[in-house]
Design a protein around this ligand. Structure first.
Ligand code: FES
Length: 99
C-alpha cells in the first residue's frame, strides 16, 4: 500500500472529546468523501496528544494544532492539501507538547 501524503490524526481522548473532537472527526470524514481525497489523506485517531488543556487537537503531517473547531480543522486541512504544505500554517495555533 502506498503511503498517503497527508496524515491527519485527531485526538479522541476524553478532554478533546468533550470539547467536540467527535464532531470535528465527522466533518473531516465528510470533507474527505465529498472532495474524493481518500487516496491522499490517512485519517487516524489517538487517545491523547498531551495537549489536554488546549484541545481539541489535530495533527497534520507531524504538526500539532490546538484549540481546533470544525471550521478551523477543515481550513487547515484544505490549506495543507492545496499548498501541499508539510509545514505549520502561519498564523494558526500550533504547539509543542505541553503536558
Ligand atoms: S485528550 Fe486530547 S490532547 Fe489529551
Amino acid at each position: 500500500m502506498e503511503p498517503k501524503p497527508f496524515a491527519v490524526k485527531i485526538c479522541l481522548g476524553s478532554s478533546c472529546y468533550t470539547r467536540g473532537s467527535r464532531e470535528i472527526l465527522e466533518s473531516i470524514q465528510s470533507y474527505i468523501a465529498e472532495e474524493k481525497l481518500e487516496s491522499l489523506v490517512m485519517l487516524t485517531g489517538s487517545l491523547c496528544e498531551e495537549q489536554c488543556r488546549s484541545g481539541p487537537t489535530i495533527t497534520i503531517n507531524d504538526v500539532t494544532y490546538t484549540g481546533v473547531d470544525k471550521k478551523k480543522a477543515l481550513d487547515l486541512l484544505d490549506k495543507h492539501i492545496h499548498t501541499h504544505n508539510h509545514k505549520p500554517i502561519t498564523g494558526d495555533t500550533h504547539s509543542e507538547k505541553e503536558c
